[in-house]
Design a protein around this ligand. Sequence first.
Ligand SMILES: [Zn+2]
Length: 212
Amino acid sequence: MVFDRERKGQPPTESDLPAIDAQGWLLGAPRRPSPNCDARPPDTLIDLLVIHSISLPPGDFAGHWIDDLFMNRLDPHAHPYFASIAGTPVSAHLLIRRDGQPIQYVSFERRAWHAGVSSFQGRERCNDYSIGVELEGTETTPFTDAQYRILAACTLSLRARYPAITPERICGHSDIAAGRKTDPGPAFDWRRYRELSRSSSAGGPTPSRTHP
Ligand SMILES: [Zn+2]
């Protein structure tokens, strides 16, 4: 599995697609298991992908603070903003940093705590049945080429593993928590992302190579 974060502007090819192991972890991505997760309700079909954006403190892309937040070790005194969020048990399945590096905190098979109070097409509790991906960024700063590329590659891998995640069932946090959340925000170029993650660009979602 190759995470090619350098090539720009081209859709991912099949060889770019990261494999997902039988336990729901991306091969080749650092794993930092977050305690902020639990089992999905029995027999839940995973059929929604939610895109978020986050940076800590807002607009700062250099630190380890997102890791700290997801691992429940954020120092509330390290920055004035942190006092308001430290101790909040949250997580996402995946974070894609500015350089395109993906980091996984929760197995896709388990329920990460990313959506909060939410509803998709009238169905509540999106955490139950969704996968949450955070892009490091702000709602008004352009995301990087590497982030689009890796997000598209991960999307194709996830769709191959969880085919109920159709293109129509990929949305932003703002779409499922309207009035409460505004991420990923206007800087996220949905058209570009959807072009890059079109299944035809990689010859169709490929079956996971490590899972039946
Ligand atoms: Zn969000």
